[in-house]
Design a protein around this ligand. Structure first.
Ligand code: SF4
Ligand code: SF4
Ligand code: SF4
Length: 313
C-alpha cells in the first residue's frame, strides 16, 4: 500500500520544492509508493475546506509529512502543530525549516522595525494602515520547525540536495532510519590545509584563481588563501555519497548553507576559532553575526541589534 504524504511550505523561496523536481528519474521509482494527500505547491487542497466551510485548519492524516520553510507567522505555527498531529513521521526539509535559513536574518530586527521599514515607511506604500483581519500576525521572531513541534528527520541545505531527499524518503518507505553524519564540510573537503598564517581576508566577491582541471587534492584550502569559507562551522552532506562538498567541487568557498554542525552549535564561535587558528581576526568582518549565521539565525542565534542608547535597531 502506498504511504500517504502531506507537504506544507511556510516562509520559503520555493527552492526546496524545485529540489524535489530535480530528483529526476529516481522520482519515478518513488512516486508509485506515495499517495500525495496534501501539497499546496502541487494540488488545490485547502486547509479550511475546499469552499472555506471549516473554522479550523485541517490537514489529512499522513504517514510522512514534509515541512519546508521557517515559521514567520501565527498561521505557520498552527499549521506546524496540525502537521505534527496528523503525520506519523515529520521531516523538516531545507535549512529554513532546520535552522531558520535566510528568513531568520529578519531576527536581526524587531517585528515593529520590519513593519516600519517594509510596509509603513516604504515610499511605494500608501499609508492606509495595515490590515488586521484575515492576515496572520507575524511571530515575535523566525523559528525553526523543531522549536515549535518535534521533528523526526532533518534534511538541511539551501536547498537540500535531491540525493538526500531520495535517500531519506526511500529509507522511511523501507522502515529504516535516516540520519546525516556529525561531520563538517571541512571533514569532507579534499583541499590541502597547510596550517600557515594568512595576512588578511580578501573581499567577499574577489574571484578565486585556480587552474582548471587541477586535481582538488592539490589546491590549497581557500580559507588559508584568505577567502572566507564557512566549512569549519557547517554540517556536511551536500556532497552525497562521493563526499566532496558541492561548492568545493566548483573551487568555491562554502557559504554555510547546510547550517550549523548541531542544534547546540554556535557557528560564530566556531568560525572565530577557525580564523584565529590561521592568524585572522574575525573582527575584520563588519557584519560577522549575520555572516556566520546566514543560514542559522533561529534558535536565538540572531537577535535585534541594539542601537546606541540600548534600543534594538
Ligand atoms: S532552504 Fe533555501 S532553497 Fe529551501 S526554501 Fe529556504 S531559502 Fe529556499
Ligand atoms: S575551510 Fe573551506 S576550503 Fe578549507 S578545508 Fe574547510 S571547507 Fe575546505
Ligand atoms: S559547500 Fe557549503 S554552501 Fe556549498 S552546498 Fe555545501 S554546505 Fe552549502
Amino acid at each position: 500500500m502506498a504511504a500517504r504524504l502531506a507537504q506544507e511550505w511556510f516562509a520559503i523561496c520555493g527552492g526546496c520544492e524545485v529540489t524535489i523536481l530535480d530528483v529526476g528519474e529516481p522520482l519515478l521509482d518513488i512516486l508509485p509508493n506515495l499517495e500525495i494527500v496534501h501539497m499546496p505547491v502541487l494540488m488545490d487542497h485547502k486547509v479550511y475546506g475546499q469552499t472555506g466551510e471549516k473554522t479550523k485548519m485541517e490537514i489529512p492524516e499522513a504517514d510522512v509529512g514534509i515541512i519546508t520553510g521557517s515559521i514567520r507567522n501565527e498561521e505557520h505555527k498552527e499549521l506546524a502543530k496540525e502537521m505534527r498531529n496528523k503525520c506519523k513521521t515529520l521531516i523538516a526539509m531545507g535549512t529554513c525549516a532546520c535552522s531558520g535559513g535566510i528568513p531568520a536574518l529578519g531576527n536581526l530586527s524587531t517585528v515593529d522595525d520590519i513593519m516600519e521599514k517594509v510596509y509603513r515607511g516604504s515610499v511605494s506604500t500608501e499609508s492606509n494602515g495595515l490590515p488586521k483581519e484575515s492576515v496572520p500576525a507575524l511571530t515575535d521572531r523566525v523559528y525553526a520547525i523543531h522549536e515549535v513541534v518535534p521533528v523526526d528527520v532533518k534534511l538541511p541545505g539551501c536547498p537540500t540536495t535531491p540525493e538526500i531527499f531520495v535517500e531519506a524518503v526511500s529509507a522511511l518507505l523501507a522502515g529504516k532510519k535516516f540520519t546525516l553524519t556529525g561531520k563538517s564540510v571541512c571533514d569532507e573537503c579534499p583541499f590541502v590545509r597547510e596550517k600557515k598564517a594568512v595576512s588578511e581576508l580578501k573581499r567577499p566577491l574577489e574571484p578565486i584563481h585556480f587552474d582548471v582541471g587541477k586535481p582538488l587534492e592539490s589546491v590549497r584550502c581557500v580559507l588559508e588563501q584568505g577567502y572566507l569559507c564557512l566549512g569549519p562551522a557547517t554540517k556536511s552532506g551536500c556532497g552525497g555519497e562521493a563526499g566532496t562538498p558541492r561548492c568545493i567541487k566548483a573551487y568555491m568557498p562554502c557559504r554555510g548553507c547546510f547550517g550549523p554542525l548541531a542544534d547546540t552549535a554556535n557557528p560564530m564561535v566556531d568560525m572565530m576559532g577557525a580564523l584565529a587558528s590561521i592568524g585572522l581576526d574575525a573582527k575584520q568582518i563588519v557584519d560577522r553575526a549575520a555572516t556566520f549565521n546566514r543560514f542559522a539565525g533561529a534558535q536565538g542565534r540572531l537577535r535585534p541589534v541594539p542601537q546606541k542608547g540600548g534600543k534594538p535597531s
